[in-house]
Design a protein around this ligand. Structure first.
Ligand SMILES: Nc1ncnc2c1ncn2[C@@H]1O[C@H](COP(=O)(O)OP(=O)(O)OP(=O)(O)O)[C@@H](O)[C@H]1O
Ligand SMILES: [Mg+2]
Length: 239
């Protein structure tokens, strides 16, 4: 069967070997919502950084749309993946919202007319058209997060990774972010990978889930059976 992403026996250690990910094997289906969860420091962000090629794994094999993630293919793999960081301030940096969202498409070498079209469409889908010419630094945290998401949408990647997209957002904002991602990402057959601590969100929204603990997989599979894992309840809590 063809998967969007395949991890096979992947091993990674940070240079000082204080933390590592071991024997990481899982698949992600095309057009699905895949949740990565686990307590603080479990290795979620590290896993996403490896997938994005920001850290290099030392053993095992990673495939992104059948393409092996290695030094030779890294540029092509990165083009297919959009990464929304945990903290919007590490990716929102331009003087205006427009310039920020235009940065990616310009980097792809697109014509200015096409850039404009993409920025408008992306800002519309995150409901920020009204803020097009404002400084991102005057916006709220939740709005800056949406600017970061628009910046990724405008590059039209087929896989979107979001690190903690729902944290520090209130319930209505979380709900509208879910809708936004459904309309702008999932309806177009794209795949979403996200990390979260919200148990309710995993239950309601994820198609499958990977539960990490201390760099190892405690659980990988459907959401219903995650409840058989005691740790899931202890670390994720009811909400
Ligand atoms: N650049 C780095 N160099 C060395 N160790 C690191 C580095 N980045 C993270 N770590 C360590 O790796 C471990 C896993 O961190 P990671 O950020 O992947 O966890 P996480 O599951 O995303 O946690 P959180 O829920 O708090 O975001 C931690 O012990 C952290 O200190
Ligand atoms: Mg993290």
């Amino acid at each position: 069967m063809h998967h969007e992403i395949e991890f096979k026996e992947v091993v990674f250690e940070y240079p000082e070997k204080k933390f590592g990910l071991y024997n990481i094997t899982f698949n992600i289906g095309i057009g699905t919502k895949f949740a990565v969860c686990g307590r603080n420091g479990a290795g979620k962000t590290t896993l996403l950084r490896i997938l994005m090629g920001l850290e290099e794994h030392q053993a095992g094999n990673i495939k992104v749309q059948e393409l092996t993630l290695n030094r030779e293919n890294i540029k092509e793999v990165r083009k297919r993946i959009g990464f929304v960081f945990q903290n919007p301030d590490s990716q929102v940096f331009s003087a205006s919202v427009y310039e920020d969202v235009a940065f990616g498409p310009r980097n792809l070498g697109l014509e200015e007319e096409e850039v404009e079209k993409r920025v408008e469409e992306a800002l519309k889908s995150v409901d920020l058209l009204d803020c097009t010419h404002e400084s991102p630094f005057r916006l709220s945290f939740g709005q800056r997060k949406r600017v970061a998401i628009a910046g990724v949408l405008s590059m039209d990647p087929s896989i979107i990774i979001l690190d903690e997209p729902f944290s520090n957002l209130d319930y209505p904002t979380r709900t509208s972010l879910k809708k936004l991602l459904e309309n702008s990402v999932l309806k177009r057959g794209k795949t979403i990978i996200f990390t979260t601590h919200y148990r309710k969100l995993i239950n309601e929204w994820a198609d499958s889930v990977l539960f990490l603990d201390a760099g190892k997989i405690l659980y990988h599979g459907n959401v219903e059976d995650l409840s058989i894992i005691d740790e899931a309840d202890r670390f994720l809590g009811p909400f």
